[in-house]
Ligand binder design. Structure first.
Ligand code: FDA
Ligand code: NAD
Length: 434
């Protein structure tokens, strides 16, 4: 097979790839210069939709509705858009070997792709219970969620097991978003996770108490402090029971597992410098190998605001890092320089009628403000994180766009705080006056 050559290749066709393509087009990429190679069968789309509106029983989101760049209020990049721009979308094509010295990528079907400049945008894969040998974890209807094919399997299971029982393993992003959407689909939902409260990598006990109370009121049973250690299946090989470490056994027609992700860096192991589980980059997303960039979930980059290297597994960073890398590539071709990446971490989630946003760093002391009673009809509450006498992070449930902007500004400006009790009383008005 003859090798195909491109000036620029993006390996991975997810969120970063889509935003990188838009930036290339803005910067004037010529037809035939850019290719996106993706294992998925569809053009880049806004992945967050998969755990939310894609799984709704009524008027679910479907492609082409959520192709990038609608998630950040931009124009949708339909497959035709790539054609018009002369950007080659090479879909359903998994790269199985990368030879950075030879500037070559090889697909599962044996095709070779050569590039002058490579952008690695392979994202993350899910951690599976079979990875750590949980007994029976290969039974049918034990499901994960990363890509659109996974979401389609979930939809099939929801249809096949109408009004059935779901056990959600994991209390992080997937756990909370999937429990909600399964409940909306009229299934009986139980959540199991090992920690004392949900989303421990971000939530304080006070924040988590609200969501746990809210979920309980929706009829979701939460089982904390234990893990799934085994599964039994029926004669069709379909999951029937979840065995917990504390000895309890839960009936299940469907199990959804969300126990974390792993950046997909294996193709490049030993060829590029790594740090904190990701591919190490500079503030322009250049890796240790000339002409190779890494963006999105796989990049460990300098977070200027906190003067340290970080990896961020969220959509806002995947969009912005992709744009930064393309700007840097085009600037260097013209002998110009651009500003360093100066990222303010931004995470969000939505479930039921709830919607929260977080900006900054969750370090130091915390104060809670507002009404975090889960019975409240229109909840609005938040939290600040304070380190070295300054606000480092801010969380808000139920904020308006202006209020969310205000907490973002607080996290960026890091205003001084004299007294935590006063801050707690001032609450959101403290952010709004900055
Ligand atoms: P992304 O995962 O988007 O894309 C990677 C692409 O590379 C995929 O198309 C994959 O198939 C492809 N690929 C990988 N290896 C390959 C190979 N060897 N050959 C070819 N192709 C390959 N974040 C947030 O801030 N708010 C939210 O609400 C959500 N919600 C959410 C829901 C769900 C279900 C998931 C899984 C994730 C989120 N996220 C999120 C996280 C967010 O979606 C994530 O951080 C970005 O999609 C990361 O973008 P990337 O482009 O780095 O990877
Ligand atoms: P996560 O890291 O958010 O949560 C994993 C959860 O599983 C944690 O609570 C963890 O303690 C728990 N856990 C670990 N081992 C366990 C075990 N053996 N049994 C039960 N629980 C166990 O990861 P996730 O929710 O799987 O999300 C995967 C990826 O998708 C992440 O990159 C995440 O950022 C992304 N995502 C983000 C959003 C969002 O930003 N709104 C939404 C969905 C997914």
């Amino acid at each position: 097979m003859a090798a195909k050559s491109f000036k620029y290749v993006i390996v991975g066709g997810g969120v970063s790839a889509g935003y990188a393509a838009r930036e290339f087009a803005k910067q004037g990429v010529k037809p035939g210069e850019l290719a996106i190679i993706s294992k998925e069968a569809v053009a880049p789309y806004e992945r967050p939709a998969l755990s939310k509106a894609y799984l709704f029983p009524e008027s679910p989101a479907r492609l082409p509705g959520f192709h990038v760049c609608v998630g950040s209020g931009g124009e949708r990049l339909l497959p035709e858009w790539y054609k018009e721009k002369g950007i080659e979308l090479i879909l359903s094509t998994e790269i199985v070997k990368a030879d950075l010295a030879a500037k070559a990528l090889i697909s599962a079907a044996g095709e070779t792709f050569n590039y002058q400049i490579l952008i690695i945008a392979t994202g993350s894969s899910v951690i599976r219970l079979t990875d750590f040998g949980v007994q029976g974890a290969d039974a049918k209807n034990i499901l994960y969620l990363r890509e659109i094919d996974d979401a389609d399997k979930l939809i099939e299971a929801i249809k096949a097991k109408k009004n059935g029982k779901v056990v959600i393993v994991g209390g992080g992003y997937i756990g909370l978003e999937l429990s909600a959407v399964m409940k909306i689909n009229n299934l009986d939902v139980k959540m199991v996770y090992p920690e004392p409260w949900c989303m421990p990598r971000l939530f304080t006990a006070d924040i988590a108490a609200f969501y746990e109370g809210f979920y309980k009121n929706k009829g979701i049973q939460i089982i904390k402090g234990t893990v799934a250690v085994g599964f039994t299946a029926d004669s069709n090989g379909e999951v029937k029971e979840v065995k917990l470490k504390d000895g309890r056994v839960l009936e299940a027609d469907i199990v959804v597992v969300g126990v974390g992700g792993r950046p997909l860096t294996t193709l490049f192991k030993g060829q590029v410098e790594e740090e904190k589980g990701g591919i190490k980059t500079d503030a322009f997303f250049k890796t240790s190998v000339p002409n190779v960039y890494a963006v999105g979930d796989v990049a460990t980059f300098p977070l200027k605001l906190y003067k340290e290297l970080r990896r961020v597994e969220h959509v806002d960073h995947s969009r912005k890092s992709a744009e930064q890398a393309v700007k840097a590539i085009k600037a260097s071709e013209e002998g110009k320089t651009i500003e360093e990446y100066d990222y303010l971490p931004f995470f969000y989630s939505r479930s039921f009628d709830l919607s929260w946003q977080f900006y900054g760093d969750n370090v130091g002391d915390t104060v809670i403000f507002g009404d975090n009673n889960p019975e409240t009809p229109k909840p609005k509450f938040g939290s600040y994180w304070i380190k070295d006498g300054k606000v480092f992070g801010a969380f808000l449930e139920g904020g308006t766009p202006e209020e969310n902007k205000a907490i973002a500004k607080v996290a960026r400006v890091q205003p001084p705080v004299e007294n935590l009790d006063v801050l707690s009383k001032e609450g959101l008005s403290f952010a709004c006056k900055i």
